[in-house]
Design a protein around this ligand. Structure first.
Ligand SMILES: [Zn+2]
Length: 86
């Protein structure tokens, strides 16, 4: 079992078990909250370098509505101020 731990204050610490139902992220494009299956993200290898798009935006990405995939990556890099040397 994995859990997240957060000190609410000096007297109260919360532990929340991570399940396949309580993990969320925000779509980097439209900022919509989406639930995430961590086992899917872990297959990609890097939890912290992985963005998960909502179904609407991933459909747009597949349809090429964001232009070339590398341009979309550039867009995200600008959005998050990623190191430009990479
Ligand atoms: Zn979205």
């Amino acid at each position: 079992m994995f859990y997240v731990k957060e000190n609410v204050n000096d007297a109260l610490e919360m532990k929340i078990e991570i399940s396949d139902e309580n993990v969320y992220t925000t779509c980097p494009v439209c900022l919509k909250e989406i639930s995430v299956d961590l086992s899917e993200v872990l297959k990609d290898g890097d939890l912290f370098a992985t963005s998960v798009l909502c179904s609407k935006c991933s459909r747009k990405l597949k349809n090429g509505e964001f232009g070339e995939a590398h341009k979309f990556h550039d867009f995200l890099s600008k959005l998050y101020g990623e190191d430009e040397d990479e």
